[in-house]
Design a protein around this ligand. Structure first.
Ligand SMILES: *Cc1c(COP(=O)(O)O)cnc(C)c1O
Length: 334
């Protein structure tokens, strides 16, 4: 979207990828956007000089001096935040992204209340630029009858009509599905990490995964027909089988709900998990990989196995798996 400036979204530790390396990777972005005030302050410490934005805004009046001093933009989505800005100490100045609730019914002012909120903000000495912002519920499914994207757009247009200021609209799904929606700012997150926001697969969108979660086989068992594997004995071998034990479990962020049959790659060969995911281990069927032994490389998701496939098998989305990667998982050196 060459006509738009880009907020690279780095909330939740850059979707589990690490804030610092995301900062380096997104050097070309016009700004970094997140939820956590501490992360924004840390990015300034690390030397990020372009813009920063808190997508839910500040949570307490005591955050305002930091925002003003470090030049961190803030979303404003409710009257209470405007009240806090009205009571700010003299000399403070923050750029604001006024958020409209255009139908998602999470954060923001209704279209009817939007102009009033804008006028209140405009009169406050603590408020610098005001950008107009909303968030789409169904950009991966634009015709969703619950709230079609066009309905959100027309509510946004009506509520902002005649107001000056830049507009900030698209998340990844809207960037990928609605190129014609070139607002001043776009806010992609998940696509920058190479997973899909929904709609088509990451590969079909031409996205490449940034994260690969890998481990090793740490044990091999020969399991006789009729024997079961793991807690709850939820999986029973119907024929003799070789089972590999992988050093990765839900304490690493692997989804505990992943059922038998969830794909996994061992030694470059695609196979499936068998038996319940436990805290520190999963068990995998080594039938298609007879050469596998202790030390064989296992890919849980990433380069060769789309995270969205694993997420789909576990009844969730790639976003959740990325964010859940646990601190004990070591990151590779650059
Ligand atoms: C998380 C978030 C985004 C990015 O969403 P993706 O689906 O990851 O692209 C954009 N805008 C807001 C307000 C967000 O909270």
């Amino acid at each position: 979207m060459p006509a738009s400036k880009v907020w690279a979204v780095v909330k939740a530790n850059a979707y589990g990828h690490g804030l610092e390396r995301a900062m380096r990777a997104f050097d070309d972005a016009d700004g970094l956007a997140m939820i956590e005030t501490e992360a924004a302050a840390r990015l300034r410490e690390l030397g990020w000089q372009k813009r920063l934005l808190l997508l839910e805004g500040f949570f307490d009046a005591s955050d305002l001096p930091l925002l003003s001093r470090l030049k961190i933009d803030t979303a404003v989505h409710c009257d209470e935040q405007i009240d806090m800005l009205a009571r700010a100490e003299p000399g403070m100045k923050v750029d604001v992204h006024l958020k409209m609730n255009s139908g998602m019914n999470r954060l923001g002012f209704t279209p009817a209340a939007f102009r009033g909120a804008w006028e209140r903000l405009r009169a406050l000495p603590a408020v610098g630029n005001i950008t107009l912002m909303t968030h789409f519920a169904n950009a991966d499914d634009v015709l969703n009858p619950g709230l079609p994207l066009r309905e959100q757009l027309s509510r946004f247009a009506a509520g902002t009509e005649g107001l000056p200021g830049e507009r900030s609209l698209s998340n990844s799904a809207a960037v990928l599905a609605c190129r014609e929606l070139a607002s001043h700012w776009v806010r992609p997150g998940i696509m920058l990490y190479g997973a899909t926001p929904g709609g088509r697969s990451a590969r079909e969108y031409g996205l490449e995964p940034a994260m690969t979660l890998e481990s090793e086989i740490i044990g091999v068992q020969q399991v006789a027909a009729g024997e079961s594997i793991g807690y709850g004995s939820r999986f029973t071998a119907t024929a003799p089988m070789t089972v590999g034990v992988v050093a990765c479990g839900y304490a690493d962020g692997y989804p505990r709900h992943a059922p038998a049959g969830t794909p996994v790659i061992v030694d470059g060969v695609r196979t499936v998990i068998a038996g319940r995911v436990s805290m520190d281990m999963i068990t995998v069927d080594l039938t298609p990989v007879p050469q596998a032994r202790v030390g064989s490389r296992v890919e849980l998701w990433g380069r060769s196995l789309p995270i969205d496939e694993v997420a789909g098998a576990a009844g969730t989305i790639g976003y959740e798996l990325m964010c859940a990667v646990a601190p004990r998982v070591r990151m590779a050196e650059d």
